[in-house]
Design a protein around this ligand. Structure first.
Ligand SMILES: *Cc1c(COP(=O)(O)O)cnc(C)c1O
Length: 380
């Protein structure tokens, strides 16, 4: 928290706006829309809820197909299942770690052959890095299929001068506790289609018809954000730029100290894009580095330092075992390579220089120790 949140919470209490609507909700929506340059925004209870609403608005129903990035958190795809639709997973490409336009094109060509185009394409911006939106948009426009941009991890990132989250028919943000700014739990659905967002508000408040009695001609959801949490969001938005500066500095610090180690390759930042560097992520080539990601994770964990592998691709998840998947090309499944070799380092905005130095120290120690052991046991 930044310290300013209490002011907005107090306001909510003093005015007794303790509801999933109120002045903080309205203001938070306006401020997010203004910040990213979208026409309008709807504050909801989570990023997952925002994706679910987007799919509902695009009338994704039972039996429909939806294309979705495979290298992501499961929340990107779960709402496809909520709608009874069928996810088809699309691989990453190496320059952004995000959706491969080549794999996407292949998936579309098959869909055309089968006469079964998807109803939507969910594109994720992993760890703050924007996907190749020009290429992806051009493919989706060609086939006339709308994009839902899952920008849950990329608030504040920019792609060719335009804010992340504003490329699709709908954009989605998350304010879950682990995101770059948080309301403890919350999300935002954004769009330039005001009519669609009006419908989103209706669906998110149990689809209540305009009548004095409670009348419903459609099934809705209870998905609105509380006025208290929206107050937290407003204060958080005020420090978003500081958070991005902090995260980028953390990335830079790791990069300067670790990128020269053999086999260590940091997540790229595509030309003309600006990543919020939500998490510092890198890959470790075990052969060159002499140590595996697993071993580094273990060494850090022994020092009570929490690091994580990269997201496990959704097409490898037991729950999605039988779902279709399109790799980057016939030789290469990029998401699987990233999963096998990828590592996310501690990246919290409040990390001190000393914290970062400690992480770097134990990574270097693990590498050197491992190398010495290998040298000791190898027959000369
Ligand atoms: C966090 C996250 C979500 C879900 O957001 P919640 O607010 O936790 O529901 C969706 N997609 C991605 C890529 C995320 O990282």
């Amino acid at each position: 928290m930044s310290g300013n949140e209490q002011k907005y919470i107090n306001e909510a209490f003093e005015t007794n706006w303790i509801a999933p609507l109120g002045p903080n909700v309205d203001a938070f929506e306006r401020e997010i829309a203004l910040y990213i340059g979208a026409s309008e925004a709807v504050a909801v209870s989570s990023g997952t809820a925002a994706i679910h609403l987007a799919l509902s608005l695009l009338e994704v129903v039972k039996g429909d197909k939806v294309f979705c990035s495979t290298l992501t958190f499961i929340a990107s795809a779960n709402p496809i299942i909520y709608q009874g639709a069928e996810p088809i997973f699309i691989d990453s490409e190496p320059e952004t770690w995000n959706m491969s336009p080549e794999a996407l094109e292949n998936a579309f060509e098959d869909a055309i052959t089968d006469g079964d185009l998807p109803k939507a394409v969910i594109v994720v911006n992993l760890y703050g890095q924007s996907a190749k939106m020009d290429e992806i948009t051009s493919i989706c426009n060609h086939y006339g299929v709308p994009i839902i941009e899952d920008a849950a991890e990329s608030l504040g990132s920019v792609y060719k001068g335009k804010a992340s989250g504003t490329f699709g028919k709908f954009g989605v943000f998350s304010f879950n506790g682990n995101k770059i700014i948080t309301t403890s739990g919350g999300g935002m659905l954004v769009s330039d289609d005001r009519e669609a967002l009006q419908k989103a508000r209706f669906l998110a408040t149990q689809a209540r018809d305009a009548a004095p009695h409670y009348q419903h001609s459609q099934i809705g959801f209870n998905y609105r954000l509380s006025n208290i949490l929206a107050g937290i969001g407003r204060a958080q938005l005020g420090v978003l730029e500081d958070r991005i500066t902090a995260r980028r500095a953390i990335f830079q610090r790791y990069f300067e100290d670790l990128s020269s180690l053999p086999g260590f390759t940091f997540m790229p930042e595509l030309t003309d894009t600006f990543s919020n560097r939500w998490l510092t992520a890198l890959t470790i080539n075990e052969k060159e580095a002499g140590i595996s990601v697993k071993e580094i994770l273990r060494s850090l964990s022994e020092e009570n330092i929490e690091a994580r592998p990269v997201w496990k691709p959704l097409h490898l998840q037991p729950v999605f075992e039988k779902k279709k998947y399109y790799p980057h090309n016939t030789q290469e499944s990029v998401s699987e390579t990233l999963f096998n070799n990828g590592l996310c380092l501690p990246s919290g905005s409040n990390m001190t220089e000393k914290d970062i130095d400690t992480v770097i120290h134990y990574i270097k120690k693990a590498v050197i120790y491992r190398k010495e052991r290998v040298d000791m046991f190898s027959v000369k």
